[in-house]
Design a protein around this ligand. Structure first.
Ligand SMILES: NC(=O)c1ccc[n+]([C@@H]2O[C@H](COP(=O)([O-])OP(=O)(O)OC[C@H]3O[C@@H](n4cnc5c(N)ncnc54)[C@H](OP(=O)(O)O)[C@@H]3O)[C@@H](O)[C@H]2O)c1
Length: 357
């Protein structure tokens, strides 16, 4: 008998969702259609987006009851009669856009915080042999997002400089890795020196604190200018929102590209009629800045061809040596602790749960 997490109703906020989350027994499922694959989950990434979704604050609202866990990896244990791509024993990664709570079809209830998941055969990607199950579970969301923002949207070029806000997070750290691989000057920003020190090991050339000792926001425009020969940065990767975004705008070079990726610092901007994040148009105009939205998931649904290119690019990076960073692993029984740790930004990079631990 396995176990799975269940969200029975959307909660008012992620804290309340954590309280309401339950673990229940899960008998091994059977394929529900001839093209289904049953996978024994070995590792599931604990994502910020999983937390937002449980309270309906992500742009894609799942239908309860469902099992959360957008990104996971595992081993095939059963296949439907019409499945040709996979065999029992294959090691796979779930494509979180085509199966699970972020998908649009019949497999929305099958998330990765479970012993088993059922996915359509087209929603699985072979786990690269270079990666562990844990690393595989953390590959696509973070690295596809970062690639989409830096390469597809910002057209980041070797030799340019890039300021990464939220650099200790899943997508931010992936952005550091990709920007470093490309041969750019990487300035990684965050609130704590201890966490930033780890980001340096993964490719940051410079570390930048966005808060002072008391935790208050600090100005960093001049520091960035100094690091870039007085010009400012060519590209900003903004996963945060709020005041820090405006300061990053001040740190931009003339003609820079400013890529909007997320709003970890302002997670409730879309709720209850609150104002969304606002950027000052005077700075954008006078500095001739391109502000670029970068919705990796929506863009993939809109343009499946782009998705293939992006997946291939990320898998090629793995061949070239890139490894997603897993900072901590938790047993499924401790899922609430893992989700809380993610919500409180306690780790650098990714947090994983092990259903079979
Ligand atoms: N555009 C897309 O396609 C896409 C795809 C995936 C995710 N996202 C979004 O991107 C954002 C980042 O996602 P993620 O998975 O990287 O999240 P994450 O792993 O939780 O990392 C976010 C980072 O932001 C910082 N942070 C958190 N709360 C903060 C606060 N109140 N003030 C200032 N800094 C704070 C933390 O860094 P420090 O503690 O080091 O400061 C943390 O490591 C989220 O908003 C997510 O929804 C967008």
């Amino acid at each position: 008998m396995g176990r799975r997490a269940v969200v029975s109703a959307l909660a008012p906020n992620p804290e309340a969702a954590l309280e309401a989350l339950v673990l229940e027994d899960q008998p091994p499922p059977h394929p529900t259609s001839p093209r289904d694959v049953v996978v024994a989950v070995r590792a599931a990434n604990v994502g910020w987006v999983d937390l937002l979704m449980t309270s309906g604050q992500y742009q894609h609202v799942p239908e309860p009851p469902y099992t959360p866990g957008l990104e996971w990896s595992g081993e095939v244990v059963a296949v439907g009669d019409a499945v040709t791509a996979w065999r029992v024993g294959d090691r796979v990664i779930a494509d979180g856009l085509l199966t699970g709570p972020r998908s649009l079809g019949a497999h929305r209830k099958w998330g990765g915080f479970a012993s088993f998941a059922v996915a359509p055969e087209a929603a699985l990607v072979a786990l690269p042999p270079e990666l562990s199950f844990e690393q595989g579970a953390c590959l696509l969301g973070g690295h596809e997002t970062a690639w989409h923002a830096l390469i597809h949207r910002a057209r980041l070029q070797p030799g340019e400089s890039v300021l990464i806000l939220g650099a200790t997070g899943s997508t931010g750290l992936a952005a550091v890795q990709i920007a470093h691989h490309l041969g750019t000057k990487v300035i990684a920003a965050g609130r704590t020196p201890e966490k930033l020190a780890i980001v340096r090991e993964l490719g940051a050339d410079h570390l930048l604190r966005t808060t002072d000792e008391s935790g208050a926001p600090r100005r960093f425009k001049d520091e960035v200018k100094q690091l870039t020969g007085g010009r400012g940065v060519d590209v900003v990767y903004d996963a945060l929102g709020g005041e820090v975004s405006t300061e990053a705008l001040r740190a931009c070079a003339f003609g820079a590209r400013f890529v909007l990726v997320g709003w970890s610092a302002t997670p409730f901007v879309a709720r209850e009629g609150r104002d969304p994040n606002v950027l000052p148009t005077n700075l954008i105009l006078m500095k001739s800045i391109d502000v670029l939205g970068s919705p990796a998931a929506i863009a993939a649904h809109a343009d499946p061809a782009l998705r293939r290119t992006r997946l291939d690019a990320v898998l090629a990076l793995v061949k070239g040596g890139l490894r997603p960073r897993v900072d901590a692993t938790y047993a499924l029984a401790d899922l609430k602790d893992a989700l809380r740790a993610k919500w409180e930004s306690r780790h650098v990079g990714n947090v994983v749960v092990h259903p079979d631990a």
